[in-house]
Design a protein around this ligand. Sequence first.
Ligand SMILES: Nc1ncnc2c1ncn2[C@@H]1O[C@H](COP(=O)(O)OP(=O)(O)OP(=O)(O)O)[C@@H](O)[C@H]1O
Ligand SMILES: O=P(O)(O)OC[C@H]1O[C@H](OP(=O)(O)OP(=O)(O)O)[C@H](O)[C@@H]1O
Ligand SMILES: [Mg+2]
Length: 281
Amino acid sequence: MLRLAVPNKGSLSDPAITLLKEAGYRTRRSGRELVLVDADNDVELFFLRPRDIAVYVGQGTVHAGITGRDLLLDSGVQALEHLPLGFARSTFRLAAPAGTMSSLADVAGKRVATSYDVLVRGYLEAQGVQATTVHLDGAVESSVHLGVADLIADVVETGTTLRAAGLEVFGEPLLVSEAVLVTTEQFQHEPALATLVRRLEGVLRARSYVLVDYDVPMNLLDQASALTPGIESPTVSPLQNPDWVAVRAMVPRKDMNRVMDELYALGARAILVSSLLACRL
Ligand SMILES: Nc1ncnc2c1ncn2[C@@H]1O[C@H](COP(=O)(O)OP(=O)(O)OP(=O)(O)O)[C@@H](O)[C@H]1O
Ligand SMILES: O=P(O)(O)OC[C@H]1O[C@H](OP(=O)(O)OP(=O)(O)O)[C@H](O)[C@@H]1O
Ligand SMILES: [Mg+2]
């Protein structure tokens, strides 16, 4: 039975559980369930703190787990990123009171507040900057105002929290993070893991595409097909009116509106877009 660690709290938890659910796995009924056996799918889910998941994976007590790239690096565990999952996207950045710091050189001799000490110390060391880290569990943005640090290193998504604290990012991002499925060399070729990966990929691909249907005059079919080439080739079906055909193709979700505009301008009509639940391409 595949043993999988799933985040039980924080930004990773809900999207991870939704992804597993869409991939056909049983998920927990209450927020208190710690372990769940999904006998139909031959998987045992362990709901653990996101920060601890890399540790369990590294120890080999679970075959795989879902965590953040930043948390994995901060754990220092030698686990493998098996599949990027596309949610909990963030950057990890240095920030200081607006207008006070502009480059890494300004960090020398200063106090850096962070929840990611290993990651930050590793980065500063690699860059040859000597500074001290102050470990905080969260709400790191308040530390400068409260006088325990001169700058912070933290997760930034929209930047709203930083702005509210009067802080500004500077320098290059330390890293770009997202949720990842992690495993170890020992388990990376497990057939049960390959099944999980195939199913998760099916959902992730389905999320990144939409299905577009439209009718188009026969004489414009080639131009319309060029706008919607699909994966192999668009499906073309006859209509009762011999001058028109119906076309169906997958289109990247991000291109959906542009493609609809261009199809309509070309002369296509009855353009319908639907979401996909899962797919194998
Ligand atoms: N605002 C955010 N937007 C996107 N990703 C985020 C955000 N905050 C944290 N993350 C990501 O979530 C993971 C952090 O997990 P963690 O459980 O600490 O989340 P959290 O939302 O900060 O939870 P907590 O409330 O326990 O602090 C990291 O991979 C981090 O990059
Ligand atoms: O750039 P933003 O969109 O504002 O998001 C980034 C903030 O979100 C997370 O905080 P969280 O809410 O988890 O609080 P925490 O600091 O207690 O972890 C993270 O630690 C940042 O503080
Ligand atoms: Mg947090």
